[in-house]
Design a protein around this ligand. Structure first.
Ligand code: SME
Length: 156
């Protein structure tokens, strides 16, 4: 699998276009969402080499808990409305942060993180978790990432 992903060439959109059907195939073959989150985090990370790619799951009315991820260890609990993840959950929208230092309340799990994108995942119209990706570079994420990552999260 990693060999496949490593040879993905071209623009960001081309990489996502190659990745999406591979993720769809993996997710269709397994019903367990946590197992699928684990493979999706790995496949995104292997394709793009981000600093951190992973999931936080909604566990109670007001708490996210760390789920499957790739990268350095991370904060385990994030309250509703806190940080980028808790804000994306509370507002039920994808948030692109070009510079984490400019996002009030950003939670710095790693001091190496410079930019971030958080995409809510849904079940029956409720937010059940978020996909969070951190980059060591400023301005990594844009509307292309938003569009494709929302498609990826919709497969889960
Ligand atoms: N930066 C996130 C916290 C999670 S870590 O980036 C993995 C936030 O502000 O919600």
């Amino acid at each position: 699998m990693a060999e496949h992903l490593d040879i993905a060439q071209g623009s960001k959109a081309e990489k996502y276009a190659a990745l999406l059907p591979q993720i769809a195939a993996v997710v269709e073959a397994e019903t367990d969402t946590i197992a699928n989150m684990a493979n999706v985090a790995s496949m995104i990370q292997e394709t793009f080499g981000f600093l951190w790619t992973g999931f936080y799951r909604v566990t109670t009315d007001d708490m996210l808990i760390l789920g499957p991820f790739q990268g350095p260890m991370a904060c385990t609990r994030i309250k509703l409305g806190r940080g980028v993840c808790g804000t994306a959950w509370a507002e039920d929208r994808t948030i692109i942060v070009p510079d984490v230092d400019q996002f009030p309340g950003h939670i710095a799990c790693s001091s190496a993180s410079r930019s971030e994108i958080v995409v809510p995942m849904h079940y029956d119209d409720e937010v059940v978790g978020v996909l969070d990706i951190d980059s060591a570079e400023l301005n990594t994420f844009d509307e292309t990432d938003k569009e494709w990552l929302e498609k990826i999260v919709n497969l889960l």
